[in-house]
Every structure is written in C-alpha cells, then in structure tokens.
Design a binder for this molecule. Structure first.
Ligand code: SAM
Ligand SMILES: Nc1c(NC[C@H](O)[C@H](O)[C@H](O)CO)[nH]c(=O)[nH]c1=O
Ligand code: TYR
Ligand code: SF4
Length: 455
C-alpha cells in the first residue's frame, strides 16, 4: 500500500503462516492457492520488508508460464467505443473525478460543471458513427443520475413516493437541462445499429431497481430485452467492507455487488470483473478481493475477463484530502497482474489496460500474466477526467505495432472472446472486421475519434 498516507487501523493485515517458497512451489505446480499463498506471492514474502526484486521475477515468470498454458501466446483486443451517458452522480466515491454533483445539472443552476448528459438520440448518433467505422462494441458506464430509471414502469413506482428525492434518489427529468430518459431507452438506442452493448455495472443495476422489490435477475432481463449484451464488473473497487467504508461509503456493499453479478449471469449475460487497487488498501485486501471473484466464478462461470484497474490519484478527493500520496508502484502493478493470473485459475483472460498503464507498462504486463490489451476505446473519459495522460484511443496499426514488438500475435476479438481473428501482419493498413459494418478499413488514420455530446 505505497499510496496510503495513514494507518487506517484495518483488521486485515498481510501476515500469514505460509512461506514465500511454499506458495511459489504451489503456484508453479498449478495448485489452487489460498489467501495466505496469495499474500506471500503479492508481497514477495511477508518475512521481508518491501518488494524483493529476485523473488518478484520468480512470481512474474510463474504467471507468464501459466498464461501460456491457459490461453497461449495470442494477444487479443476489441474494436470498441466508450459512450458514457452522464456524469451526474451524488454517490460521492472518494477515488472518482468522473462525476459531478447532480444538482449542478438542474435547469435552475447556472454553475459551469464541465460534465455532460446525452439523450438517447445523441447516444444513437455517436454509436452509429462508430459502427460505420467498424466498431464492434460500445462500453457505457455512467453516473447515477437521479432522473435515470430502468423503464417507464420504474418511473411510475418512483414518482408514487411522497418525497422521491429524499426517499429513492429520484427527480423528474423536467428538473434538468437534459433528459437522459431511461436505461432501457439508452440501451435500445445504443444497440440499434447492431453494436454489442457492454453496460450496467452492479452499481448501475442497483440504481435501476431502487425503490422496487425487483431481483437483479429481473432487472438484467429487462435490460437485456432492451439491448444489453454483457455487463462490466466495475464498481468492484476492493470487495472488502473495511476498505469500501473509507473509499466509497455511498456505494453498494460487497455482498450486493456479488448479488448484482449473479443476477446478470442468471439473466444469461456474460460479465467482466475488475479490481481498483493502489490507494488505501493492503496487499491482503487485494488477495481477499481475488478470493471473492474466484468463488463467484466457481459458482457461475460467466466471467470472461478480469481487469486490474490501477488507481489514478490526481484530482481525486482521496489525494486532495491527504488520504493517499499516490498510486501503485510499477512493482505493485506487475505483481497484481501476476497474482491475479495465478489465483484466478478459473478466469481465462486477464486484461492489461493501456488507459491506466500507458503503452510501455501495458506491454510489460503482457509478460506478467495478462493476455488481452483492451480496446480501441475512441473516447475515454473516466481516466482522463481524473488526470490520466495516456490518451483516448489506439488504432489497429498501433495495436499491431505494439503486439508484434513483443513477439506475440495480434488477434481481434469479440467482447465475449468467442470470435477471434488473427491479424495478418503483412497485410496492412489494418482495420476491424468483426463489427456489424466492419470491412477492414482502418478505424482511425491519425484523426480523433467521433465527437461526444456535451450539455
Ligand atoms: C466511474 S464508474 C462509472 C459507473 C458507475 N457509476 C459505477 O460506479 O459503477 C466506473 C469505474 O471507474 C473506475 N474508476 C473511477 N475513478 C478511478 C480512478 N481514479 N482510478 C482508477 N479507476 C477509477 C472505478 O473502478 C469505477 O467503478
Ligand atoms: N480496462 C478498461 C476498459 N476495458 C473495457 C474493454 O475495452 C472492453 O470493454 C472489455 O474488454 C469487454 O470487451 N474500459 C475502460 O473504459 N477503461 C479501462 O481502463
Ligand atoms: N470504464 C472503466 C473501466 C472498465 C469498463 C468496462 C470493463 O469491462 C472494464 C473496465 C474505467 O475507465 O475505469
Ligand atoms: S464511481 Fe460511479 S458511483 Fe462512484 S462517484 Fe464515480 S460515477 Fe458515481
């Protein structure tokens, strides 16, 4: 926990009855790891202060070998676009600078908040342009706007409350400059041109069922009927209550996050899973988090990939209030990816996120256990707004250059990884072929991605 500026008095500290050597031997033999094993590997031994460089190399090597055994040497990526609907959110997570307080979006506020809300028509136009360019997937994650509801039936239920703003975090669309309409209308707009819509984190699904007794399965079924194809497992952060109390006291708890993911899988959707690490948590919390994910996957099996999201600290309340002094170190990033690969023996794909790591480190992580290099993205907002400086898109030629530079084979994939196309590296320039309108034409030729709508 290099970033933590305080002793938070956590109950979970990295102490074990295991030795580093035994944990490494189990990892190399492909045995299922315990939490203590994971802690020994991610700390390079609790018997030593700090990270031991030689031991770290042994852990990375074991993870790289496991990656090769599980999924081979291909490096995958997807042609995708981020289309986030709104930045309005009152949840107040202390690591997030994506959101803006929702009352700033009200018609009677003249504050310049710098955020946005899109109407379904605007979302549709943005996605249609991207699909025309060859994009396969649209990833959409949004603030919990008080006017956003699941569908019209949900709106009626919320409006029937005596004081919906106080009781169920609901305000009518008329109160705002821009009406985001319902999740169902947004999903229907984003899927209209044939894109795979990857959206609705468990936190958003919780917002989409507030004030009702609907199950997560029911909610995700309705969302799937409206056009949702798979769900991102963000909002996970660190799935240990004592950490959530510090960094996101307004968010759903660990059990609720798990229930949301179960509901999505019960509704037949694929999901991803994430961890956001490198802030106040200890190495023990990181491994406890992996244990929650492995257990969920044992029971449901619908997690297609695990995405380690390294905390970007600039412009966040955690940093501004002096609770952290920075994010994870390079060693911590490498060990997070490696131990995720070794611990999650039931999740095939580990993603290296260039948005969070930049190109050089993202490539290095492909030799530490990761096998997927995310997506073209075209317009990235969450990391950019928080101060991350690694840009907003990667073209297919960028992907081919980067992946061949480390001696691996670039493969375009579908969101669910079930369709793959190895890229013929001699046949450039390269473009997507799996999207509904993709014909191999390059996604971008040095120009910026499609425009985004702003309030
Ligand atoms: C911004 S939220 C949007 C979706 C929805 N409001 C939710 O919380 O699920 C999506 C994810 O972005 C990630 N994120 C936000 N701020 C971040 C930061 N400073 N560094 C790294 N990841 C961050 C978190 O993991 C969060 O769950
Ligand atoms: N790692 C990040 C992602 N990953 C999402 C992927 O690009 C893709 O949607 C997923 O692999 C499913 O196909 N998205 C972000 O916005 N930011 C990231 O850091
Ligand atoms: N959009 C999230 C990350 C994300 C989204 C979807 C995923 O499947 C995975 C990760 C961010 O920028 O932090
Ligand atoms: S992480 Fe999501 S819920 Fe939390 S403040 Fe940011 S947008 Fe809102």
């Amino acid at each position: 926990m290099t970033g933590a500026a305080h002793d938070f008095g956590f109950d979970h500290v990295p102490e074990t009855d295991q030795s580093f050597e035994n944990a490494l031997a189990k990892a190399r033999a492909g045995e299922r790891l315990t939490v203590d094993d994971g802690v020994e590997l991610i700390t390079t031994g609790t018997d030593r202060e700090g990270i031991d460089a030689a031991r770290k190399e042994l852990v990375l090597e074991a993870a790289d070998r496991r990656r090769a055994e599980m999924v081979g040497d291909d490096v995958t990526f997807v042609a995708n676009l981020n289309n986030n609907v709104t930045t309005a959110c009152n949840t107040g997570c202390l690591f997030c600078n994506f959101k803006n307080t929702a009352h700033l979006f009200e018609s009677d506020s003249d504050a310049d908040h710098g955020g946005f809300t899109k109407t379904p028509a605007e979302s549709r136009d943005i996605v249609a342009d991207a699909v025309e360019m060859g994009v396969y997937e649209v990833t959409s994650v949004s603030g919990l706007h008080p006017a956003l509801v699941l569908d019209e039936e949900h709106r009626e239920i919320l409006e029937a409350h005596d004081n919906p703003a106080a009781e169920v975090n609901y305000k009518p669309p008329e109160a705002y400059d821009t009406d985001p309409a319902s999740y169902a209308e947004q999903l229907s707009a984003m899927s209209a041109d044939g894109a795979h819509v990857h959206s609705m984190t468990p936190e958003e699904a919780h917002h989409a069922k507030r004030g009702t007794d609907w199950s997560y399965e029911e909610v995700y079924r309705r969302l799937a009927d409206a056009g949702l194809a798979s769900a991102p497992g963000t909002a996970a952060e660190i799935l240990v209550p004592e950490v959530r109390e510090v960094i996101c006291p307004g968010k759903i708890g660990t059990d609720e996050w798990v229930a949301g993911m179960e509901g999505a899988m019960e509704a037949g959707l694929d999901v991803t899973a994430t961890i956001m690490y490198g802030h106040v948590e200890t190495e023990k919390h990181r491994v406890l988090h992996l244990d929650v994910i492995r257990d969920l996957q044992d029971r449901y099996g619908g997690i297609t990939e695990f995405v380690p999201l390294s905390f970007i600290h600039q412009n966040t309340p955690l940093y501004d209030r002096g609770l952290v002094t920075g994010g994870a170190s390079d060693d911590e990033d490498e060990l997070m990816v490696a131990v995720a690969r070794l611990y999650l023996d039931n999740v095939d794909h580990i993603q290296s996120s260039w948005v969070k790591f930049g190109n050089a480190k993202a490539l290095k992580l492909l030799n530490c256990g990761a096998d997927d290099l995310m997506g073209s993205i075209l317009s990235e907002e969450i990391t950019k707004r928080v101060g991350g400086g690694f840009g907003e898109f990667r073209s297919f030629d960028d992907y081919v250059d980067m992946i061949t530079a480390i001696g691996r084979r670039p493969v375009e994939r579908s969101t669910d990884y079930r369709t793959r196309r190895p890229i013929d590296i001699d046949d450039g320039p390269h473009g997507p072929t799996l999207g509904p309108r993709a014909d191999g034409t390059p996604l971008l030729d040095g120009r910026r991605g499609p425009a985004t709508a702003d309030d």
